[in-house]
Design a protein around this ligand. Structure first.
Ligand code: PLP
Length: 388
């Protein structure tokens, strides 16, 4: 069976050139980067090369990059680290209703620690209005965390505007750029952020490695305690092969970023046009234009997303749904709830995310399959049958 992977937002395959760059750092260059001898120094220099390359890509200083175990750790580090470091200044945090769980659950934890959190709403396209961030700021606000682009519906947030207003007020600004780093062109100065999270496995790098950008002068407490690695900011022996792979992945992404984004936009729009031509009772979730080049999130009226995923999976097509199953009840995703999706639509949402190996023929094959699968499931739906 020909398999078609359209879940690049969940993770990407590690590029073979990345694997090749990593391989020597398992068995040949295996020193601990903190060791003073030649074995250690060789590993250290590979880590520092990667740091310098990634920093240059972001328009940052190498010392502003702290490697971590991934996006989740970077988000935890950013929020807890900045909250505790600024506790003497205030106790109020602002975030949005559509953040990744790595941010939302960290905020819930911080609420338990005595911090207050405002979750600003989004509009029907999933966009945060900078005016609502401005309106939520009080003299107790110490941190604002708004993601660069949403992982479910692909909406790109006006982070530069939000960065300008936090800068004016001297408030720390974190952005979760896990879905945009290596996919959209930007520097940290263009985003106007003090803290930024990224993860290697979303850009054809290995899993289990990420980074937190920390602008020079930002107050932040360490998250992991132990050795003095990463300039005393993150204890633990560095994941040398992972960091080398991350650097290679960034080099590859940077070499073709604009062309790849344009190619994906064309594929994405072909998919969206095709789906609207072939199916009724559907809607596109997320901003029609301010969206990730690779994201398609559609809702099919009176269809269960899980049923669609499983049926498509049996045909070799991998995509994902906006709802997460908790016990036996399919819960509507917090993102789809936040954009005000009606019940009939919210359960039938599907996310197709495209990537480096997606071809036009893959799009056409999925477009051919979708109407038949949706039709079969709709035929079983009493609600949909009643509408016809
Ligand atoms: N933030 C966003 C927006 C994400 O999409 C993800 C992963 O899906 C994460 C954070 C977590 O990243 P990681 O899987 O590297 O922990």
């Amino acid at each position: 069976m020909n398999q078609i992977y359209m879940d690049y937002a969940a993770t990407t395959p590690t590029d073979s050139r990345v694997v090749e760059a990593m391989l020597p750092f398992f068995g040949e260059v295996y020193g601990n980067p903190s060791s003073l001898h030649a074995f250690g120094q060789e590993a250290r220099s590979a880590v520092e090369d990667s740091r310098a390359r990634i920093a240059a890509f972001l328009g940052a200083e190498p010392a502003e990059i702290v490697f971590s175990s991934g996006g989740t750790e970077s988000d935890n580090f950013a929020l807890k680290g900045a909250a505790y470091a600024n506790r003497d200044k205030g106790d109020h945090i602002i975030t949005s209703a559509v953040e990744h769980h790595a941010v939302l659950e960290t905020c819930r934890f911080l609420e338990g620690e005595g911090f207050r959190v405002t979750y600003v709403p989004v509009d029907g396209d999933g966009t945060v209005d900078p005016a609502s961030v401005a309106g939520a700021i009080t003299d107790r606000t110490i941190l604002v965390s708004i993601m660069h682009a949403n992982n479910e519906i692909g909406t790109i947030q006006p982070v530069a505007e939000i960065g300008r207003l936090t800068r004016e007020k001297g408030i720390c600004f974190h952005t979760d750029a896990v879905q945009t780093f290596g996919h959209l062109p930007f520097t940290v100065d263009e985003l106007g952020c003090d803290l930024m999270s990224a993860s290697a496995h979303k850009l054809y790098g290995p899993k289990g490695v990420g980074l937190l950008y920390i602008r020079k002068g930002t107050r932040i407490k360490p998250f992991l305690h132990g050795g003095e690695q990463e300039n005393g900011r993150r204890a633990s022996t560095q994941n040398v092969p992972g960091i080398v792979g991350f650097g290679k992945a960034v080099e590859l992404a940077g070499a073709s970023l604009a062309e790849e984004a344009a190619r994906l936009v064309a594929l994405r729009d072909r998919f969206i046009r095709g789906v609207f031509d072939r199916l009724d009772g559907i809607r596109l979730n997320g901003h029609p234009r301010q969206r990730l080049p690779n994201n398609i999130n559609i809702s099919l009226e009176s269809v269960e997303g899980e049923g669609m995923i499983l049926s498509l999976d049996m045909l070799g097509i991998a995509c994902s749904t906006g709802s997460a199953c908790s016990s036996s009840i399919a819960e509507t995703s917090h993102v789809l709830t936040a954009i005000g999706l009606q019940r009939g639509f919210a359960h039938g949402s599907l996310r197709f995310s495209l990537g480096r190996y997606t071809k036009e023929s893959d799009i056409d094959a999925v477009l051919e399959t979708l109407p038949e699968v949706a039709g079969r499931l709709r035929a079983l739906s009493p609600v949909y049958a009643g509408k016809k």
